[in-house]
Design a protein around this ligand. Structure first.
Ligand SMILES: [Zn+2]
Length: 354
């Protein structure tokens, strides 16, 4: 893919982010009630040679902290001498929600979800963080990657890109980046106009700023350490694949020969509270086709030990979110299924992805 890049020159000319070097800077956003300064800490790895700038952030949602370690390993493993272009990495995009261990900021805001607050014009915490990320990260980038993962007890296994940006070129470039991640499946959805919408990070970057982006939702915490490491390696390989697609790193990206492209997904989450007991194995996520009606998991009462709910596959499909045994309340994460019989689900050859 040929991508036009425009941000490297300004970045390399900034004395805070010199070429051929790695650097860290702290950008103050506001002062919290306890007197602490809330800041964005941004790592820059700037190559000596010009090229595209990829911006990455983790923990937009404060409870999805496992991928912060992935970003640490990425930044520490990049050599500025091998880059044509640059990487900007923001490991804790939402320090307020991260410190409370919650998805959203716990203020009285009517938009406490940072991933629904980009472009917000109020002084709510999430609006201010969204503006700071836009100014300090998106405005300096040619492409973006946003990372989510399961909260403790749940895990996900796919990447998503938008197909509905006002500029079709942005959608095309986003799809090329998503397939360069190297998985055998890509969710290609109405990301900008439907979910997570134009006020999500990647939605806003693509729709308002014209910057292509990919959302990685791979991994989760509370599982077999070997399985968690496998997910971390998928993310690391995926990021390097995106950097190869952009030309920041040399070599071909690890694109699969055939890729399942889908949009139709169905959440299968509990409607009552209790102890969630998985039946579907986490290691089979996005690997095993499941017939309609298959028992995926059950919920039992921690008081009476009775099974109070069965979670069954509502469609024939692949399982794109898994869980371990953990206590849940209505709506908490259990399973997401890819509907293999939905209109938009189809296989594409690698040649049509670039
Ligand atoms: Zn998230």
């Amino acid at each position: 893919m040929s991508i036009e890049f425009s941000q490297y020159e300004a970045l390399a000319a900034d004395e805070a982010t010199p070429p051929g070097r790695r650097s860290v800077r702290s950008v103050p956003v506001f002062t919290d009630l306890d007197g602490s300064d809330i800041a964005l800490v941004i790592h820059a790895v700037v190559g000596a040679r010009p090229g595209p700038v990829l911006a990455l952030h983790t923990a937009l949602h404060g409870s999805e902290w496992l991928v912060v370690d992935t970003l640490r390993r990425l930044v520490e493993g990049l050599d500025p001498a091998e880059l044509s272009g640059a990487v900007l990495a923001l490991p804790v995009a939402n320090p307020v929600a991260f410190s409370s261990g919650t998805r959203n900021t716990l203020d009285e805001s009517d938009s406490p979800d940072l991933n629904r607050s980009f472009g917000g014009e109020q002084t709510w915490i999430a609006d201010q963080l969204g503006r700071a990320i836009t100014a300090e990260l998106y405005a300096r980038a040619d492409a973006v990657m946003d990372f989510h993962c399961g909260i403790w007890g749940s895990a996900m296994g796919s990447v998503t890109c938008g197909r509905d940006f006002n500029d079709p070129g942005v959608s095309e470039r986003a799809f090329a980046l998503a397939t360069a991640f190297g998985l055998e499946h890509v969710r290609r959805s109405d990301l900008a106009t439907r979910f997570p919408g134009p006020k999500s990070g990647v939605g806003y970057a693509g729709q308002v700023l014209g910057i292509p982006g990919v959302i990685s939702e791979v991994g989760g915490a509370g599982f077999d350490p070997e399985l968690e490491e496998l997910w971390a390696q998928k993310n690391l390989r995926g990021i390097r694949g995106v950097l190869q697609e952009l030309g920041v790193l040399t070599g071909p990206p690890p694109r699969a020969d055939r890729i399942l492209v889908y949009d139709g997904v169905v959440r299968v989450n509990p409607s009552t509270a209790g102890m969630l007991e998985p039946v579907f194995k986490p290691e089979d996520m996005m690997r095993v086709e499941v017939p309609r009606g298959t028992l995926l998991g059950r919920v039992w009462s921690p008081y009476t030990f009775e099974v109070v709910e069965e979670l069954r596959a509502p469609v024939r499909g692949m399982v794109d979110m898994v869980c371990r045994d953990y206590p849940v309340r209505p709506g908490d994460w259990a399973y997401i299924m890819v509907d293999l019989d939905a209109d938009g689900t189809h296989w594409v050859d690698r040649s049509v992805t670039t």
